[in-house]
Design a protein around this ligand. Structure first.
Ligand code: ZN
Length: 179
């Protein structure tokens, strides 16, 4: 059984804490938290979510990339639990792209991120992985890993001029579709 959890928003101190490493991945509470995080991401139609966003200060995140109205070009992938992730190397190249956050409602920002990253992490079965990600999926990882260190996309913006409203962002996406 899984249950979507309430998402906390900017101003809640848990979003500014460093999350604890998970030691006991097999524990029922951890497995339940993973299922609930996936349910929460699905319900919110999010492409990713980190445990601190449901007020659990643990190094767990879900990457659930799929195309939707907000990110029409996102690749499709099964919601995947990523535990104790670390970026071990990254491209020189930095690209700006639009991001939003379930914990920062109503606005979007043009955020600079590494174009490619190499990440080590543990999966929900306790197996270690080292994987290379590029473009949109690399962006999701960087955004969600930031949440594990108390950082939001707002902290990464080059300028306040790179912030727009959700409403204006929707217009922008519609117009870019027509091209
Ligand atoms: Zn976020």
């Amino acid at each position: 059984m899984s249950q979507a959890m309430p998402i906390i928003e900017l101003g809640n101190p848990v979003l500014r804490q460093s999350a604890k490493k998970v030691e006991n991945i097999g524990d029922r509470q951890i497995q339940q938290l993973i299922d609930n995080l996936i349910a929460t991401a699905n319900q919110a139609n999010g492409v990713g979510i980190a445990a601190p966003q449901v007020a659990q200060s643990s190094q767990i995140l879900i990457v659930a990339s799929h195309p939707n109205a907000r990110y029409p070009h996102a690749p499709e992938m099964e919601p995947t639990a990523i535990i104790n992730p670390q970026i071990v190397s990254h491209s020189e190249e930095i690209v700006k792209g639009w991001e939003g956050c379930l914990s920062v409602p109503v606005i979007r920002g043009l955020v600079p991120r590494y174009q490619a990253i190499e990440v080590t992490y543990i999966d929900r079965n306790g197996l270690s992985h080292k994987q290379y990600f590029t473009d949109f999926v690399a962006r999701i990882f960087q955004h969600e890993i930031d949440h594990l260190h108390g950082i939001t996309f707002l902290d990464r913006l080059a300028s306040n001029l790179d912030i727009i409203s959700e409403k204006e962002y929707e217009k922008l996406m519609k117009n870019s579709h027509k091209k």
